[in-house]
Design a protein around this ligand. Structure first.
Ligand code: MOS
Length: 731
């Protein structure tokens, strides 16, 4: 093979070449089916914990049963004496848990320091899972409980990080002198990320001291560094494999305790060790979304133009954790208002670590913002769509930055037309038997992010292409999208492209998080393919501008060759390196949309049924209509959960998670999810990535719960400010 060529790009200026429009395979945007689908349906796709090397031992985590304090003793001797038990592991490194996905995140718990109920404090390894579980669950543990455990948001210590406060103009004066205003406080409950596949790791070490971890993680390039750091070894000595990931929703952005525990035990026992969390461990011992309290102060002039916008919030996390739910993500740029106040307070509680859960910030933030906008529309006497349209700013209201592509008004208008918004009545006016019917609307917005990403593309002797990156597919469609981009660029049908993901031996992709995966890793694949195309031109002796690649052939002028002929016995390989650059400072970039919901509220029982939903979205280039639509539907269903059913309940005595499984924690099920219509408005964003796409993975959850809350009000006149809207609150 010839030497690998490297094609780099840093996004410091818009890329207006729109390379994907200059190709001719016709794969981009099409609802291409997932190449990984058959293996998943047939059960042959291997998830973490499913492939156990010969001789694998089983580990089960021991978890703390106090909110805060010290582990005084672990009765290792009697546990070790139990049948089939191979060892008990604990120690200072054991609990390194940089749950936020950053390599530099500091652990807050030591092995002997307990910071929350359910925190892993040890690992028992046995010949069988049952041996290990029995010993782990019966092992004697004594504690020195601290007397200052704090599990209650209202009485917990409070911090106000300077970087998250904003005071512009004079909001108090604006509120006092405004023609219309609302001053309302919304609360939301903690959520579980609840991925279908629990966290699991299989660790094995080779003779050279190289650790291979088969795990279930979103961001392998970072997870590898985190794991090496936790174990005190070089990054090069760690290989992580995660070819399939059964959902992450943020809980697998950073490594979780089972990965470190499995690695430590496997090294000591000199045999592979699997640690698979139970559902209860995932709920208690990974991350949760913070509960929130959000005071919204909005005021307008007589025409309903915002003059003030205030968003003061309280969230919670463990003492010392740097992450806090960034509720004002969209508040900074979504609506106008020259007098602005953003306050952010973190309450330090001894509860499961709070971290990024799907659309961290926007999901609960827009639930409050978009419901408050509905309240404001009513006091202004304006249609809620009209109020929103009047308040779309010309430039970012805090710093004057221009906007990138933004079809917010168009999404609202298109949605109103499709949904039949004109038929909406006043609260209480539409009735079907004992059901009151209402419609609600909300804006959708999600900040667009990109991340560094690399990928290698090889054109092989048989005229097929191989894509290699440590990028993950967490159910989102990465395999499909990267197949399409490589196929498009190299003129190959989808079945002649092989995409291999989830192996840190490959060039580091962006990982899956922040809705940046497709734009970032897709850009890396595109760049690699550009370099491959140039090599094809060199071999054919033609100008790049003359080259057309389609259906496995390369054509230029009168020259026409199959890719097998072009490649011969010398495969062409190139690596694409994508780096975000200064365009993110030059433009406010976000994906936008509009949510519509119709609900029926039972006047007798207070039950709310969502009858239909519509989401109209604009997110730059839609790479795959099927996977994009599927992401939006999933997000919108999560909005039903936020609005109606999900509430991670913590016991007020010791902060333990009460409903720690999918039977007691109510994610919306099929019967809760109505027909959901999705529409995309076409646009291309040149400032974000050379493939002109924007993030879509988390867009569907941003605002969808608010559309439901607003529909409840329109149905029955009850304004829910304390989500979820369970029947007791609706009646
Ligand atoms: Mo997402 S919460 O950034 O995995």
């Amino acid at each position: 093979m010839s030497e690998t060529i490297i094609r780099k790009m840093q996004m410091d200026e818009p890329d207006e070449r729109r390379v994907l429009d200059l190709t001719s395979q016709g794969l981009i945007g099409r609802p291409v089916t997932r190449p990984d689908g058959p293996a998943k349906v047939a059960g042959t796709a291997s998830y973490a914990g499913e492939i156990l090397p010969e001789g694998t031992a089983f580990g089960v985590l021991v978890r703390a049963t106090i909110a805060k304090g010290k582990v005084a003793s672990l009765d290792e001797a009697s546990a070790t004496a139990m049948p089939g038990v191979l060892g008990v592991f604990t120690g200072e490194r054991f609990l390194r848990n940089p749950a936020q996905g950053g390599a530099d995140a500091a652990p807050v718990q030591g092995a002997s320091e307990v910071a929350y109920f359910g925190q892993p404090i040890g690992l028992v390894v046995g010949e069988t899972y049952e041996d290990a579980r029995h010993a782990a669950y019966t092992m004697g543990v004594t504690y020195e409980p601290a007397d200052d455990a704090s599990v209650d948001l209202d009485t917990a210590k409070s911090e106000r990080p300077d970087a998250k406060q904003l005071d512009q103009g004079d909001l108090d004066a604006a509120m006092a002198g405004a023609a219309h205003g609302v001053d309302v406080t919304y609360t939301t409950t903690p959520d579980s990320s609840a991925p279908m596949e629990p966290h699991a790791s299989v660790a094995s070490w080779d003779e050279e001291g190289v650790l291979t971890l088969r795990g279930s993680y979103q961001m392998l390039r970072h997870n590898r560094i985190e794991l090496a750091d936790a174990l005190g070894i070089e990054t090069e000595k760690v290989r992580i494999l995660a070819p399939f990931v059964g959902g992450g929703f943020g809980s697998k952005l950073g490594i979780a305790p089972e990965a470190v525990a499995a690695s430590i035990a496997a090294k000591a026992l000199k045999r592979p060790v699997v640690v698979a969390m139970t559902r209860q461990h995932v709920f208690e011992g990974t991350i949760r979304r913070s509960e929130t309290s959000q005071r919204m102060r909005l005021c307008t002039d007589a025409d309903g133009r915002l003059t003030g916008f205030g968003h003061d919030s309280k969230v919670s996390n463990l003492p010392g954790e740097s992450f806090s739910e960034p509720l004002a993500m969209t508040t900074h740029f979504l609506y106008r208002g020259e007098n602005r106040r953003i306050g952010h307070e973190i309450r330090r509680v001894n509860r499961t670590c709070a971290g990024s859960v799907r659309a961290p910030g926007e999901a609960p933030g827009m639930l409050a913002t978009e419901c408050a906008m509905d309240e404001l529309a009513e006091v202004c006497g304006l249609d809620p769509i009209e109020l929103r349209k009047r308040n779309i700013p010309d430039q970012q209201p805090e710093n004057g930055t221009p906007y990138g592509t933004r079809l917010l008004a168009e999404c609202l208008e298109e949605g109103a037309h499709r949904f039949g918004w004109a038929d909406r009545k006043a609260p209480g006016e539409r009735r079907e038997g004992e059901w009151l019917i209402g419609m609600g609307v909300a804006s959708a917005a999600r900040t667009n992010m990109t991340a560094p990403a690399s990928a290698r593309v090889t054109l092989r002797a048989d005229g097929t292409a191989l894509v290699e990156t440590d990028m993950t597919d967490i159910g989102t469609g990465t395999y499909a999208i990267l197949t399409q981009i490589a196929g498009e660029m190299l003129g190959l049908p989808a079945d002649r492209v092989e995409v291999t993901l989830g192996d840190t031996d490959f060039p580091p992709g962006s990982g899956s998080g922040g809705s940046w995966g497709a734009s970032s890793t897709g850009a890396a694949v595109m760049l690699a393919c550009e370099a491959v195309r140039e090599q094809v031109c060199l071999r054919m002796g033609v100008e790049p501008s003359a080259l057309t690649m389609r259906d496995g052939e390369a054509m230029a002028g009168n020259t026409r060759r199959t890719l097998e002929e072009v490649v011969g016995d010398e495969p062409v390989a190139a690596t694409g390196d994508f780096e975000p650059g200064s365009t993110t400072e030059q433009r406010v970039m976000a994906s936008y949309g509009a949510h519509f919901a119709e609900v029926a509220v039972n006047q007798t029982t207070g039950e709310v049924r969502v009858r239909r939903m519509l989401g109209v979205f604009s997110a730059g280039r839609i790479l795959n209509e099927r996977t994009a639509r599927s992401q939006c539907i999933g997000g919108m269903i999560w909005g039903i959960g936020e609005a109606l059913t999900e509430d991670l309940v913590h016991d007020p005595r010791d902060g333990h998670v009460v409903n720690r499984d999918l039977a007691e924690y109510h994610v919306p099920v099929n019967l809760d999810a109505p027909p959901i219509e999705i529409a995309f408005l076409e646009e291309l964003e040149d400032w974000g990535s050379p493939i002109q796409s924007k993030g879509i993975g988390e867009l569907g959850i941003c605002g969808s719960g608010a559309a439901i809350g607003n529909a409840i009000y329109n149905a029955c006149g009850v304004r829910i400010r304390d989500f979820p809207a369970t029947p007791d609150k609706v009646l």
